[in-house]
Design a protein around this ligand. Structure first.
Ligand code: NDP
Length: 401
Protein backbone atom coordinates (compact mmCIF):
# COMPACT_ATOMS: atom_id res chain seq x y z
CA UNK A 1 0.00 0.00 0.00
CA UNK A 2 1.45 3.34 -1.10
CA UNK A 3 0.35 6.55 0.68
CA UNK A 4 0.94 9.81 -1.21
CA UNK A 5 0.31 10.53 -4.88
CA UNK A 6 2.77 13.34 -5.63
CA UNK A 7 5.82 13.06 -7.89
CA UNK A 8 7.44 10.46 -5.63
CA UNK A 9 4.21 8.44 -5.22
CA UNK A 10 3.89 8.26 -9.00
CA UNK A 11 7.39 6.81 -9.38
CA UNK A 12 6.94 4.30 -6.52
CA UNK A 13 3.65 3.09 -8.05
CA UNK A 14 5.21 2.76 -11.53
CA UNK A 15 8.28 0.92 -10.28
CA UNK A 16 6.28 -1.47 -8.06
CA UNK A 17 3.95 -2.23 -10.97
CA UNK A 18 6.98 -3.09 -13.13
CA UNK A 19 7.84 -5.87 -10.67
CA UNK A 20 4.55 -7.73 -10.40
CA UNK A 21 6.09 -10.92 -9.03
CA UNK A 22 7.01 -9.05 -5.83
CA UNK A 23 4.24 -6.45 -5.85
CA UNK A 24 1.27 -8.60 -6.78
CA UNK A 25 -1.34 -6.05 -5.67
CA UNK A 26 -1.07 -2.29 -5.07
CA UNK A 27 -3.36 0.16 -3.31
CA UNK A 28 -2.44 3.79 -3.98
CA UNK A 29 -4.08 6.04 -1.36
CA UNK A 30 -3.84 9.76 -0.77
CA UNK A 31 -5.77 12.83 0.35
CA UNK A 32 -6.83 13.76 -3.19
CA UNK A 33 -8.04 10.54 -4.80
CA UNK A 34 -8.18 12.01 -8.33
CA UNK A 35 -4.36 12.20 -8.30
CA UNK A 36 -4.22 8.47 -7.42
CA UNK A 37 -6.72 7.68 -10.19
CA UNK A 38 -4.63 9.50 -12.78
CA UNK A 39 -1.50 7.58 -11.82
CA UNK A 40 -3.37 4.24 -11.74
CA UNK A 41 -4.87 4.92 -15.20
CA UNK A 42 -1.41 5.66 -16.62
CA UNK A 43 -0.03 2.46 -15.08
CA UNK A 44 -2.85 0.31 -16.51
CA UNK A 45 -2.41 1.90 -19.92
CA UNK A 46 1.38 2.02 -20.12
CA UNK A 47 2.35 -1.13 -18.21
CA UNK A 48 -0.74 -3.30 -18.60
CA UNK A 49 -0.69 -3.82 -14.81
CA UNK A 50 -4.29 -4.05 -13.60
CA UNK A 51 -3.88 -5.08 -9.94
CA UNK A 52 -3.83 -1.46 -8.80
CA UNK A 53 -6.68 0.20 -6.92
CA UNK A 54 -7.00 3.64 -5.33
CA UNK A 55 -8.52 5.12 -2.20
CA UNK A 56 -8.95 8.40 -0.40
CA UNK A 57 -7.32 8.67 3.00
CA UNK A 58 -6.38 11.43 5.40
CA UNK A 59 -3.15 10.08 6.83
CA UNK A 60 -3.31 12.52 9.76
CA UNK A 61 -6.26 10.50 10.99
CA UNK A 62 -5.29 7.18 12.61
CA UNK A 63 -8.79 5.54 12.71
CA UNK A 64 -9.26 6.37 9.01
CA UNK A 65 -5.90 4.77 8.21
CA UNK A 66 -6.69 1.71 10.34
CA UNK A 67 -10.01 1.21 8.52
CA UNK A 68 -8.40 1.35 5.11
CA UNK A 69 -5.51 -0.92 6.13
CA UNK A 70 -7.90 -3.50 7.60
CA UNK A 71 -9.91 -3.40 4.40
CA UNK A 72 -6.97 -3.84 1.99
CA UNK A 73 -4.72 -5.91 4.32
CA UNK A 74 -1.33 -4.91 2.86
CA UNK A 75 1.91 -6.50 3.96
CA UNK A 76 3.74 -3.17 3.99
CA UNK A 77 3.02 0.57 3.74
CA UNK A 78 5.30 2.76 1.65
CA UNK A 79 4.79 6.24 3.05
CA UNK A 80 5.52 8.90 0.44
CA UNK A 81 3.07 11.48 1.78
CA UNK A 82 4.72 14.24 3.82
CA UNK A 83 7.01 13.94 6.87
CA UNK A 84 4.14 15.27 9.03
CA UNK A 85 2.31 11.95 8.56
CA UNK A 86 5.15 9.59 9.61
CA UNK A 87 4.01 9.06 13.19
CA UNK A 88 0.30 8.61 12.48
CA UNK A 89 1.12 6.05 9.79
CA UNK A 90 3.55 4.23 12.11
CA UNK A 91 0.83 4.14 14.80
CA UNK A 92 -1.67 2.73 12.31
CA UNK A 93 0.89 0.08 11.24
CA UNK A 94 1.30 -1.01 14.87
CA UNK A 95 -2.47 -1.21 15.36
CA UNK A 96 -2.92 -3.36 12.24
CA UNK A 97 0.28 -5.45 12.20
CA UNK A 98 1.70 -3.98 8.97
CA UNK A 99 5.36 -3.23 8.11
CA UNK A 100 6.46 0.35 7.34
CA UNK A 101 8.85 2.27 5.06
CA UNK A 102 9.33 6.00 4.42
CA UNK A 103 11.69 8.44 2.69
CA UNK A 104 11.85 11.41 5.07
CA UNK A 105 12.00 11.67 8.86
CA UNK A 106 9.20 13.07 10.99
CA UNK A 107 8.89 16.80 11.33
CA UNK A 108 6.18 18.59 13.34
CA UNK A 109 4.07 20.90 11.21
CA UNK A 110 4.41 23.89 13.53
CA UNK A 111 8.20 23.72 13.90
CA UNK A 112 10.74 23.45 11.03
CA UNK A 113 12.83 20.84 12.80
CA UNK A 114 13.50 17.31 11.64
CA UNK A 115 15.24 14.61 13.63
CA UNK A 116 14.96 10.85 14.09
CA UNK A 117 14.23 10.89 17.85
CA UNK A 118 10.45 10.76 17.34
CA UNK A 119 10.65 7.69 15.10
CA UNK A 120 13.49 5.95 16.96
CA UNK A 121 11.21 6.10 20.02
CA UNK A 122 9.12 3.41 18.26
CA UNK A 123 11.97 0.84 18.26
CA UNK A 124 10.71 -1.30 21.15
CA UNK A 125 7.09 -1.23 20.02
CA UNK A 126 7.95 -2.41 16.50
CA UNK A 127 10.27 -5.07 17.90
CA UNK A 128 7.63 -6.37 20.29
CA UNK A 129 5.04 -6.44 17.50
CA UNK A 130 7.50 -8.35 15.27
CA UNK A 131 7.25 -5.58 12.65
CA UNK A 132 9.93 -3.88 10.55
CA UNK A 133 10.11 -0.12 9.95
CA UNK A 134 12.65 1.09 7.38
CA UNK A 135 13.37 4.81 7.71
CA UNK A 136 14.63 7.24 5.09
CA UNK A 137 14.68 5.01 2.01
CA UNK A 138 14.78 7.58 -0.81
CA UNK A 139 18.04 8.78 -2.37
CA UNK A 140 19.24 11.19 0.28
CA UNK A 141 18.42 9.96 2.84
CA UNK A 142 18.39 6.45 1.47
CA UNK A 143 20.88 5.43 -1.18
CA UNK A 144 23.50 7.71 0.45
CA UNK A 145 23.23 5.55 3.60
CA UNK A 146 23.40 2.33 1.58
CA UNK A 147 26.43 3.69 -0.34
CA UNK A 148 28.10 4.41 3.03
CA UNK A 149 27.29 0.93 4.37
CA UNK A 150 28.69 -0.58 1.16
CA UNK A 151 31.92 1.42 1.53
CA UNK A 152 32.25 0.35 5.18
CA UNK A 153 31.67 -3.29 4.29
CA UNK A 154 34.00 -3.55 1.29
CA UNK A 155 36.62 -0.79 1.48
CA UNK A 156 37.35 0.41 5.00
CA UNK A 157 38.34 -0.74 8.47
CA UNK A 158 37.72 2.80 9.63
CA UNK A 159 35.85 5.59 7.82
CA UNK A 160 37.09 8.98 9.05
CA UNK A 161 35.85 11.72 6.70
CA UNK A 162 32.52 11.60 4.86
CA UNK A 163 31.05 14.12 2.42
CA UNK A 164 27.71 13.55 0.73
CA UNK A 165 27.49 15.62 -2.43
CA UNK A 166 24.21 16.33 -4.21
CA UNK A 167 24.02 18.21 -7.51
CA UNK A 168 20.99 18.97 -9.58
CA UNK A 169 22.40 20.24 -12.87
CA UNK A 170 19.01 20.26 -14.49
CA UNK A 171 16.90 22.99 -16.02
CA UNK A 172 13.09 22.99 -15.81
CA UNK A 173 12.67 26.35 -17.51
CA UNK A 174 10.73 27.97 -14.62
CA UNK A 175 11.94 31.11 -12.83
CA UNK A 176 11.58 29.35 -9.48
CA UNK A 177 10.39 25.88 -8.58
CA UNK A 178 11.38 23.23 -6.06
CA UNK A 179 12.04 19.63 -7.05
CA UNK A 180 9.98 18.08 -4.30
CA UNK A 181 7.22 19.34 -2.04
CA UNK A 182 7.93 23.13 -1.86
CA UNK A 183 6.89 23.45 1.78
CA UNK A 184 9.23 20.69 2.97
CA UNK A 185 12.01 21.79 0.61
CA UNK A 186 11.98 25.45 1.68
CA UNK A 187 11.83 24.48 5.37
CA UNK A 188 14.90 22.29 4.80
CA UNK A 189 17.10 24.70 2.85
CA UNK A 190 16.40 27.86 4.84
CA UNK A 191 17.51 26.41 8.18
CA UNK A 192 20.98 26.76 9.66
CA UNK A 193 23.78 24.57 8.30
CA UNK A 194 25.18 21.86 10.57
CA UNK A 195 27.93 19.25 10.31
CA UNK A 196 29.63 16.68 12.51
CA UNK A 197 33.18 17.24 13.68
CA UNK A 198 35.17 15.55 16.44
CA UNK A 199 32.15 14.22 18.28
CA UNK A 200 29.97 17.33 18.10
CA UNK A 201 27.67 19.26 15.81
CA UNK A 202 29.03 22.52 14.37
CA UNK A 203 26.37 25.11 13.43
CA UNK A 204 26.71 27.57 10.53
CA UNK A 205 24.50 30.33 9.17
CA UNK A 206 22.33 29.16 6.23
CA UNK A 207 24.54 28.76 3.12
CA UNK A 208 27.54 30.26 4.94
CA UNK A 209 30.01 27.62 3.70
CA UNK A 210 30.32 27.29 -0.06
CA UNK A 211 32.76 25.55 -2.38
CA UNK A 212 33.00 24.49 -6.00
CA UNK A 213 32.70 20.72 -6.32
CA UNK A 214 33.45 18.86 -9.54
CA UNK A 215 30.61 16.40 -10.33
CA UNK A 216 31.05 13.56 -12.86
CA UNK A 217 29.71 14.38 -16.37
CA UNK A 218 28.62 17.79 -15.05
CA UNK A 219 31.74 19.72 -13.99
CA UNK A 220 32.23 22.22 -11.17
CA UNK A 221 29.12 23.58 -9.44
CA UNK A 222 28.73 25.94 -6.47
CA UNK A 223 27.80 23.70 -3.55
CA UNK A 224 26.66 24.76 -0.10
CA UNK A 225 27.03 23.00 3.21
CA UNK A 226 23.56 22.28 4.59
CA UNK A 227 22.25 19.98 7.29
CA UNK A 228 20.62 16.82 5.99
CA UNK A 229 18.88 14.15 8.01
CA UNK A 230 21.02 11.10 7.17
CA UNK A 231 24.00 12.71 8.94
CA UNK A 232 22.25 12.08 12.27
CA UNK A 233 22.01 8.30 11.83
CA UNK A 234 25.29 7.86 9.92
CA UNK A 235 27.46 9.37 12.68
CA UNK A 236 25.76 7.05 15.18
CA UNK A 237 26.03 3.93 13.05
CA UNK A 238 29.62 4.63 11.94
CA UNK A 239 31.19 5.99 15.09
CA UNK A 240 34.72 6.19 13.60
CA UNK A 241 33.61 9.24 11.54
CA UNK A 242 35.49 12.34 12.70
CA UNK A 243 33.75 14.60 10.22
CA UNK A 244 30.52 14.21 8.24
CA UNK A 245 29.10 16.89 5.96
CA UNK A 246 26.40 17.31 3.31
CA UNK A 247 26.71 19.56 0.26
CA UNK A 248 24.01 20.62 -2.19
CA UNK A 249 24.14 22.75 -5.34
CA UNK A 250 21.97 25.85 -5.63
CA UNK A 251 22.01 28.35 -8.48
CA UNK A 252 22.38 32.08 -7.79
CA UNK A 253 18.91 32.53 -9.24
CA UNK A 254 17.41 29.98 -6.81
CA UNK A 255 19.14 31.57 -3.81
CA UNK A 256 18.03 35.06 -4.83
CA UNK A 257 14.41 33.92 -5.03
CA UNK A 258 14.77 32.16 -1.69
CA UNK A 259 16.19 35.31 -0.08
CA UNK A 260 13.27 37.38 -1.35
CA UNK A 261 10.74 34.75 -0.24
CA UNK A 262 12.24 34.83 3.27
CA UNK A 263 12.61 38.61 3.42
CA UNK A 264 8.98 39.22 2.55
CA UNK A 265 7.78 36.64 5.07
CA UNK A 266 6.49 34.04 2.62
CA UNK A 267 8.61 31.25 4.17
CA UNK A 268 6.98 31.76 7.60
CA UNK A 269 5.08 28.89 9.18
CA UNK A 270 3.27 30.93 11.82
CA UNK A 271 -0.37 31.58 10.85
CA UNK A 272 -1.41 35.11 9.77
CA UNK A 273 -4.94 36.49 9.38
CA UNK A 274 -5.97 36.99 5.73
CA UNK A 275 -9.50 38.07 4.76
CA UNK A 276 -10.92 36.86 8.04
CA UNK A 277 -9.21 33.46 8.14
CA UNK A 278 -5.90 32.10 9.30
CA UNK A 279 -3.43 31.10 6.62
CA UNK A 280 0.18 29.90 6.80
CA UNK A 281 2.30 31.92 4.33
CA UNK A 282 4.47 28.93 3.31
CA UNK A 283 1.39 26.77 2.63
CA UNK A 284 -0.05 29.58 0.48
CA UNK A 285 3.26 29.87 -1.38
CA UNK A 286 3.15 26.12 -2.12
CA UNK A 287 -0.26 26.60 -3.71
CA UNK A 288 1.06 29.15 -6.23
CA UNK A 289 4.42 27.51 -7.04
CA UNK A 290 4.76 24.91 -9.83
CA UNK A 291 3.86 21.36 -8.77
CA UNK A 292 7.19 19.46 -8.63
CA UNK A 293 5.46 16.38 -10.05
CA UNK A 294 4.59 18.38 -13.19
CA UNK A 295 8.08 19.73 -13.92
CA UNK A 296 9.23 16.74 -15.93
CA UNK A 297 8.08 17.49 -19.46
CA UNK A 298 10.81 19.88 -20.56
CA UNK A 299 13.33 19.14 -17.84
CA UNK A 300 16.84 18.77 -19.27
CA UNK A 301 20.14 17.88 -17.58
CA UNK A 302 20.90 15.47 -14.79
CA UNK A 303 21.36 14.92 -11.08
CA UNK A 304 24.51 13.52 -9.51
CA UNK A 305 24.44 12.32 -5.92
CA UNK A 306 27.23 10.44 -4.20
CA UNK A 307 29.38 9.91 -1.16
CA UNK A 308 33.09 10.70 -0.85
CA UNK A 309 34.87 8.95 2.00
CA UNK A 310 38.44 8.99 3.27
CA UNK A 311 39.56 6.47 5.83
CA UNK A 312 41.86 3.56 6.51
CA UNK A 313 42.15 -0.04 5.40
CA UNK A 314 45.00 -2.25 6.68
CA UNK A 315 46.65 0.85 8.12
CA UNK A 316 46.71 2.70 4.76
CA UNK A 317 44.69 5.76 3.72
CA UNK A 318 41.95 5.05 1.15
CA UNK A 319 39.91 7.54 -0.89
CA UNK A 320 36.53 6.25 -2.08
CA UNK A 321 33.75 7.81 -4.14
CA UNK A 322 30.45 6.15 -5.08
CA UNK A 323 27.71 7.90 -7.04
CA UNK A 324 24.76 7.84 -9.43
CA UNK A 325 23.86 10.27 -12.20
CA UNK A 326 20.25 10.41 -13.39
CA UNK A 327 18.94 12.19 -16.50
CA UNK A 328 15.67 14.06 -15.95
CA UNK A 329 14.52 13.25 -19.49
CA UNK A 330 15.01 9.49 -18.97
CA UNK A 331 13.03 9.63 -15.72
CA UNK A 332 10.23 11.50 -17.49
CA UNK A 333 10.12 9.08 -20.39
CA UNK A 334 9.74 6.10 -18.08
CA UNK A 335 7.42 7.44 -15.37
CA UNK A 336 6.13 10.86 -16.45
CA UNK A 337 8.00 12.79 -13.78
CA UNK A 338 11.41 14.41 -13.20
CA UNK A 339 14.68 13.01 -11.86
CA UNK A 340 14.36 14.07 -8.22
CA UNK A 341 11.05 12.22 -7.83
CA UNK A 342 12.57 9.30 -9.74
CA UNK A 343 15.73 9.05 -7.63
CA UNK A 344 13.52 9.06 -4.51
CA UNK A 345 10.83 6.65 -5.70
CA UNK A 346 13.09 3.93 -7.13
CA UNK A 347 14.95 3.33 -3.82
CA UNK A 348 11.64 3.34 -1.91
CA UNK A 349 10.41 0.53 -4.17
CA UNK A 350 13.71 -1.35 -3.73
CA UNK A 351 13.58 -1.01 0.08
CA UNK A 352 10.09 -2.53 0.04
CA UNK A 353 11.29 -5.26 -2.32
CA UNK A 354 14.24 -6.02 0.00
CA UNK A 355 11.76 -6.46 2.83
CA UNK A 356 9.20 -8.48 0.87
CA UNK A 357 11.90 -10.86 -0.40
CA UNK A 358 13.22 -11.38 3.15
CA UNK A 359 16.54 -9.69 2.54
CA UNK A 360 15.93 -6.72 4.83
CA UNK A 361 13.52 -7.99 7.43
CA UNK A 362 14.23 -7.73 11.12
CA UNK A 363 11.83 -6.56 13.82
CA UNK A 364 12.40 -2.99 14.97
CA UNK A 365 12.95 0.49 13.51
CA UNK A 366 16.05 0.86 11.35
CA UNK A 367 17.86 3.30 9.10
CA UNK A 368 18.89 1.87 5.74
CA UNK A 369 22.61 1.63 6.57
CA UNK A 370 21.76 -1.00 9.20
CA UNK A 371 20.86 -3.55 6.50
CA UNK A 372 23.01 -5.52 4.03
CA UNK A 373 23.84 -3.03 1.21
CA UNK A 374 24.78 -5.63 -1.43
CA UNK A 375 21.36 -6.87 -2.65
CA UNK A 376 19.98 -3.31 -2.54
CA UNK A 377 22.76 -1.93 -4.75
CA UNK A 378 22.43 -4.83 -7.15
CA UNK A 379 18.72 -4.02 -7.52
CA UNK A 380 19.43 -0.27 -7.82
CA UNK A 381 21.54 -0.78 -10.93
CA UNK A 382 18.89 -3.01 -12.46
CA UNK A 383 16.05 -0.59 -11.68
CA UNK A 384 17.16 2.48 -13.59
CA UNK A 385 19.79 3.99 -11.27
CA UNK A 386 23.20 2.57 -12.23
CA UNK A 387 26.00 3.53 -9.85
CA UNK A 388 29.74 3.94 -10.20
CA UNK A 389 32.71 3.89 -7.89
CA UNK A 390 36.26 5.16 -7.85
CA UNK A 391 39.02 4.06 -5.50
CA UNK A 392 41.95 6.29 -4.57
CA UNK A 393 41.02 9.14 -6.89
CA UNK A 394 41.19 12.81 -5.89
CA UNK A 395 38.22 13.59 -3.60
CA UNK A 396 38.87 17.36 -3.88
CA UNK A 397 38.38 18.10 -0.19
CA UNK A 398 41.00 19.14 2.39
CA UNK A 399 41.65 16.50 4.99
CA UNK A 400 43.57 17.19 8.17
CA UNK A 401 45.95 14.18 8.56
P1 NDP B 1 4.15 16.07 -3.07
O1 NDP B 1 3.76 17.25 -2.28
O2 NDP B 1 4.23 16.16 -4.55
O3 NDP B 1 3.18 14.85 -2.73
C1 NDP B 1 2.79 14.55 -1.43
C2 NDP B 1 1.55 13.68 -1.51
O4 NDP B 1 1.13 13.36 -0.17
C3 NDP B 1 0.37 14.37 -2.17
O5 NDP B 1 -0.30 13.43 -2.97
C4 NDP B 1 -0.48 14.81 -0.99
O6 NDP B 1 -1.86 14.90 -1.24
C5 NDP B 1 -0.25 13.65 -0.04
N1 NDP B 1 -0.61 14.05 1.31
C6 NDP B 1 -0.23 15.16 1.99
N2 NDP B 1 -0.84 15.18 3.19
C7 NDP B 1 -1.60 14.07 3.27
C8 NDP B 1 -2.46 13.53 4.25
N3 NDP B 1 -2.66 14.14 5.41
N4 NDP B 1 -3.09 12.36 3.98
C9 NDP B 1 -2.90 11.72 2.81
N5 NDP B 1 -2.09 12.18 1.84
C10 NDP B 1 -1.45 13.34 2.07
O7 NDP B 1 5.56 15.56 -2.47
P2 NDP B 1 6.69 14.70 -3.20
O8 NDP B 1 6.05 13.58 -3.94
O9 NDP B 1 7.60 15.62 -3.89
O10 NDP B 1 7.45 14.11 -1.92
C11 NDP B 1 6.91 13.04 -1.16
C12 NDP B 1 7.82 12.72 0.03
O11 NDP B 1 9.12 12.35 -0.43
C13 NDP B 1 8.04 13.88 0.99
O12 NDP B 1 7.95 13.38 2.31
C14 NDP B 1 9.44 14.33 0.73
O13 NDP B 1 10.06 14.90 1.87
C15 NDP B 1 10.10 13.00 0.37
N6 NDP B 1 11.33 13.14 -0.42
C16 NDP B 1 12.43 12.40 -0.05
C17 NDP B 1 13.60 12.50 -0.78
C18 NDP B 1 14.75 11.60 -0.47
O14 NDP B 1 15.68 11.53 -1.29
N7 NDP B 1 14.79 10.89 0.63
C19 NDP B 1 13.75 13.46 -1.89
C20 NDP B 1 12.51 14.11 -2.26
C21 NDP B 1 11.36 13.98 -1.53
P3 NDP B 1 -2.52 16.22 -1.94
O15 NDP B 1 -2.34 15.95 -3.37
O16 NDP B 1 -3.93 16.21 -1.48
O17 NDP B 1 -1.74 17.40 -1.44
Amino acid sequence: MIIGAGGVGRVVAFKCAQDSTVFSEILLASRTVSKCDRIADDIRLQLGYNSISTAKVDADNIPELVNLINHFKPKMIINVALPYQDLTIMEACLQTGVHYLDTANYEPKDEAKFEYSWQWAYRERFKEANLTAILGCGFDPGVTGVFTAYAAKHYFDEMIYLDIIDANAGSHGKAFATNFNPEINIREVTQKGKYWENGDWVLTEPHEIKMDIDYPNIGPKSSYLIYHEELESLVQNFSSLKRARFWMTFSEEYLTHLRVIQNIGMANIEPVMFQGREIIPLEFLKAVLPDPGELGENYTGQTSIGVRIRGKKDGKWVNYYIWNNCQHADAYKETGTQGVSYTTGVPAMIGAKMFLTDQWSKPGVYNVEEFNPDPFLEALGQSGLPWHEQVNGDLQFDYPE
